[in-house]
Design a protein around this ligand. Structure first.
Ligand SMILES: [Zn+2]
Length: 289
């Protein structure tokens, strides 16, 4: 059963031109560290969206740049002012893995986050468990890498990430699963959405539909004994079926998978992900398998 979805919410986009004209000198500071002269040609645009925080960077003494994968606007970077102060009005809502409703006032380069309300506290369940935490780190890093362009909607990647974090924090509808298994399913599906679906039916090289019992990350999936490049790993029929279940998000089919198969397959998936993501995934090294 494919269950990684969530109900949509209405998102308003407000462009208040009258307000922008009326208060040209009262616009938000969109050039942190720079001068604050108002630019009268800009429009003061505000938008609301929901998103998952992917990462944060320090900015100046008290601010952070927050990278968020949003539902409507894709990957967005915006400044959260005063967020590093003890009594910040944002509290801990702008930490990685947080799913939030946010309001952003657009600036010339970076927007300013003016509101952030928690939707789900994935972080609570993820921060207290090392294997879940490292899996969540690998997820947000993957989403950050796969969604390269900022401000371009990436709806499928958004729902995949939300669903994966939810399954990681609260289990699947079919019960809990190891963090590494949820991560592996997420990696395969996020890569597939990005155009790197693993070939699991027949040989990825000669395309013959019959026996392909080896896995080659660089070939793009299963390969047959004649085509297999050096370094290909043998994959049992059980492991092949398991890979298919992970790609499909079929948790029911993963319930009785032996640990040995899960661990072997997890190594192949990590190699596959690293092969397709230039430079590899930093956080994959820390995942508990
Ligand atoms: Zn072949």
């Amino acid at each position: 059963m494919v269950e990684w979805s969530a109900k949509p919410t209405v998102v308003a986009r407000v462009v208040d031109l009258a307000e922008a004209k009326r208060r040209p000198d009262d616009r938000p500071d969109d050039r942190p560290g720079g001068d604050h002269r108002p630019c009268h040609n800009d429009l003061l645009a505000t938008f609301n969206d929901e998103g998952v925080v992917l990462r944060t960077h320090k900015l100046g003494e008290a601010d952070r740049i927050i990278t968020v994968l949003t539902r409507q606007h894709g990957k967005v970077r915006a400044v959260a002012k005063g967020v590093r102060r003890t009594l910040s009005r944002f509290g801990g809502r702008l930490e990685p893995f947080s799913q939030i409703d946010l309001q952003i006032v657009e600036g010339r380069s970076l927007g300013i986050i003016t509101q952030a309300v928690s939707r789900q506290l994935f972080g609570q369940a993820l921060l207290t468990d090392y294997s879940r935490y490292t899996a969540a780190e690998a997820m947000v890093e993957t989403a950050d890498r796969l969604v390269e362009q900022e401000n371009e909607p990436a709806l499928q990647q958004y729902w995949l990430l939300v669903g994966a974090l939810r399954a990681l924090g609260g289990g699947t509808s079919d019960g809990p699963r190891p963090a590494a298994m949820i991560l592996d399913s997420y990696l395969l599906r996020a890569l597939a959405v990005a155009g790197y679906a693993p070939v699991l039916a027949g040989c990825a090289i000669c395309r013959r539909p019959d026996r392909a019992d080896f896995f080659s990350p660089q070939a793009g999936g299963l390969v047959c004994s004649r085509c297999r490049p050096a370094g290909s790993a043998a994959v049992s029929p059980t492991a092949q079926a398991y890979l298919g279940a992970l790609v499909a998000g079929d948790w029911d089919a993963t319930r009785t998978i032996p640990d040995r198969i899960q661990h072997e397959t997890s190594g192949l998936i990590a190699a596959f992900a690293n092969w397709h993501l230039e430079r590899g995934l930093r956080s994959l090294r820390h995942v508990v398998r």
